[in-house]
Design a protein around this ligand. Structure first.
Ligand SMILES: NC(=O)c1ccc[n+]([C@@H]2O[C@H](COP(=O)([O-])OP(=O)(O)OC[C@H]3O[C@@H](n4cnc5c(N)ncnc54)[C@H](O)[C@@H]3O)[C@@H](O)[C@H]2O)c1
Length: 458
């Protein structure tokens, strides 16, 4: 059959495309036949699971600039701590930190970090460097797919120009580009790569079709084809911005209700009985996605002279939460006739969320830093976190064990290891009077057995 495909605004027949691509058929078919290779650039939380999933049936190159991480992966160890040794078994994958290996790739998927700089503006250095390395290697007929979270327009305004400049090739006639945002959730064993609907988009209909076929091969939940790269970029960032804004609303309300002596969780339990009430709760917003992505939108808006006020205010509210927690503990202690400066404080949890090892952008750790500057003794316990990383990122020491005589216990991250902490345990480790800050209301209100407790939830 001789169908047509839109390239650079012109319809070209599939038979012409066939020649542009390869005598052996389209890229997807060649991946299936192992006559083509797919490479992952950036093997972190996002890139490694995708690489291993593709490696169940395709020939895969896993490239990362960090050779220490690559050495671990060669031994079947996930440096991010999400995957187990068996996930590496029986996979057609070659791990490398040598960029020139990308010469052998026909499809290249990019999953490098897209953090923010100190001033919260997008830091596109890893993405630009990855594009430059790929530009050196790409050849006619290759497809480059971006998975890193970016603002709408970034792929076309930043990535494609670097690829074209370095390679001397042209997008949509020599090589093709796509964007497919990643939606995995670290620590989540239910919503995993293959059972989350995948959004795909392409620089033209040919790219869209190939990228659809490639992801459709591994995704069980189905593929949503976005009409353009910009739509796919915006969709991902809006998902996370929506969460950030909704959590900020709850954080603002909980600060307000606290002053009115109203328990926010009781309000939410009552309001949640309405069919269309959205279930969001107050909390700390850290990590590399929800607390970062809205800044990409804010930046993009600024470049066209717009301020995103709701999104900006939400970021400010959520970023101020660690300091607010410390103030609430200080006030509660004052009510007990105690001074935070004399206190021995225990913080349970340091990672950015429960059951992950990742300490980067952790609001729990940031809160511990604020406590450290104000208390007599601070003990931080986190069975998932690495002490060396904690020292490097936050200059804070982790304790192996929970001690005794605490004036305040801050239940910040609900790792599975902490589920057995109950009021009897608090009774055991507290000083005569204690402030308990129970972020997610896991302990529930103190039972009558326990006395001299100032209990706070967000
Ligand atoms: N972690 C998540 O839950 C998640 C979810 C959805 C989307 N994302 C997005 O996916 C992207 C990747 O995030 P992540 O969490 O996997 O990051 P990560 O920090 O876990 O891993 C990134 C990897 O890329 C490597 N790297 C950095 N620069 C490189 C380069 N120039 N060339 C090759 N490798 C390079 C690093 O060494 C690291 O191993 C980001 O844009 C992020 O916003 C993350």
């Amino acid at each position: 059959m001789n169908t047509t495909t839109l390239i650079n605004g012109e319809h070209k027949s599939d038979s012409i495309l066939f020649n542009i691509q390869n005598q052996d058929g389209d890229l997807y078919q060649r991946l299936c036949d192992k006559k083509a290779t797919i490479a992952l650039v950036g093997l972190g939380y996002v890139g490694l699971p995708i690489a291993l999933e593709f490696a169940k049936s395709f020939k895969v190159i896993g490239y990362d600039i960090n050779s220490a991480r690559v050495d671990m992966m060669k031994q079947g160890i996930d440096p991010s701590g999400e995957l187990v040794a068996s996930d590496f078994e029986n996979k057609d994958i070659r791990f490398t930190s040598v960029a020139a290996t990308l010469d052998h790739a026909d499809v290249i998927v990019v999953a490098v970090p897209t953090p923010v700089s100190k001033d919260n503006s997008p830091n596109l250095t890893p993405l630009s460097k990855a594009c430059a390395a790929i530009g050196v290697s790409i050849a006619k007929g290759n497809i480059v797919i971006f998975e890193s979270t970016v603002y709408p327009g970034c792929t076309e305004e930043v990535c494609i120009p670097i690829l074209e400049k370095v390679s001397g090739l042209s997008c949509n006639s020599d090589f093709w580009v796509g964007y497919s945002p990643e939606r995995i959730n670290p620590g989540d064993k239910v919503n995993t790569l293959t059972n989350i609907t995948k959004i795909v988009s392409g620089s033209d209909e040919y790219a869209e079709r190939e990228i659809y076929n490639i992801y459709n091969h591994i995704i069980d939940a189905g593929i949503h084809v976005a009409p353009s790269i910009k739509v796919a970029e915006a969709a991902k960032i809006v998902e996370n911005t929506q969460r950030d804004v909704n959590i900020a609303l709850m954080n603002e309300l909980s600060g307000f209700f606290d002053k009115l002596d109203i328990n926010t969780h009781e309000v939410l339990a009552a309001a949640g009985t309405k069919w269309n009430f959205l279930n969001f709760y107050p909390g700390l917003v850290g990590g590399h996605c929800i607390g970062v992505d809205p800044y990409y939108l804010i930046h993009k808006a600024k470049t066209i002279g717009m301020d995103l006020n709701v999104i900006g205010s939400s970021r400010n509210i959520n970023d101020a939460m660690p300091a607010r927690v410390v103030e609430q503990v200080k006030d509660a202690m004052k009510a007990q006739g105690k001074d935070l400066a004399d206190a021995k404080v225990l913080v349970l949890g340091a990672t950015f969320k429960e059951n992950v090892t990742d300490l980067r952008n952790s609001k729990a750790a940031e809160m511990s830093q604020i406590f450290k500057a104000q208390v007599n003794q601070l003990d931080i316990v986190d069975p998932h976190a690495d002490n060396e990383e904690m020292l490097a990122y936050y200059k804070l020491q982790l304790e192996d064990k929970i001690g005794y005589d605490y004036d305040a216990v801050i239940y910040a991250v609900n790792h599975d290891e902490f589920v057995n902490i109950d009021w009897e345990f608090i009774e055991l480790i507290k000083s005569q009077k204690v402030v308990v800050f129970d972020f997610k209301k896991l302990l529930g209100y103190p039972t009558s057995k326990i006395s001299d407790v100032e209990y706070i939830t967000l």
